[in-house]
Write a new protein. Sequence first.
Length: 399
Amino acid sequence: MTERAPVSRKLSAIAESATLKVDAKAKALQAAGRPVISYAAGEPDFATPQFVVDAAAEALRDPANFRYTPAAGLPVLREAIAAKTLRDSGLEVAPSQVIVTNGGKQSVYQAFQAVVNPGDEVLLPAPYWTTYPEAIALADGVPVEVFAGADQEYKVTVDQLEAARTDKTTVLVFVSPSNPTGAVYTPDETKAIGEWALAHRIWVISDEIYQNLVYEGARAQSIVEAVPELAGQTILVNGVAKTYAMTGWRVGWMVGPADAIKVAGNLQSHLSSNVNNIAQRAALAALTGPQDEAEKMRQAFDRRRGLIVSELAKIPGVTVPNPLGAFYVYPDVTGLLGREWDGVRIETSLELADFILERAEVAVVPGEAFGPSGYLRLSYALGEDQLLEGVQRLQRLFA
């Protein structure tokens, strides 16, 4: 009997999202009655602002929203995104340079598809969001990790990038604030990296989805604001998910040069067509309406940030760089490895995360999901009582 052809080798090589996998496991345990506290999901615990929900409800009463609309997004939303890009990223773009996508994740995927050719090397500063290397591989590119540890506050230098550059290097991934570390590059650091990319004619894919979640007076300066000449070789990706607690609404966008946006738009016309019109109307309200609720959420994240950093620092063997953006803390836990805990010898952060879930009923994401072992990612996008209880469990476990 003849066997059928195998499934796609390319897709078979793609790993499941590690963060979603840990979050799903935590939720399954919670559903089974276990008191698991999860720091796994990169998802605000706040409700979407009511005026945004009201805008969506109003959109449901307009039959025009029940039809196909332009694949690149509602013109009025593209205009609002262009205005936000000027306001927050310092870059003036035409609405035609904007594509509205099904969440920021689709814009990341399409950005790599737009500028990566088979065999191209993509410089990927690590620790990195778990989706980047998979999206690069789907574009037939080769991710080249450039690692910066806690001693560098998880920020790569121009010297490191130059050491990793080859004649096959065509793209750099730049993320500030960072997922998973919360690191924010200073304006001088951003400018130096931008000037280096410009000099070597390297595309930059800059993920700015956390740009409005910064603390202690920090500002996540856009790389195209630091180096305006770089705009012709930069794609910005962004969305409403994090700033406005709209993860489930699935509205993101990409902004870039006309030729890159043209090919990405052609892809989207076949891949997904337009984003849900009701969600687009909600995103329009979020961007153009009052920002009070977003600011209250940012202030709450700031309070939680201070709490989790100070409490984690009380655990011997844990080093906690101070994150100035996003809603993650990324402790270096190498001081806990190579040791025996409660009769179990722990060698990797993957083993450590499994041990913590089993013994303390706390879900964290191991460093292996984002690069080298030896680290944990904890999202502090959860209530302060749960946040404190979870860290106190860790303090008792490693006392």
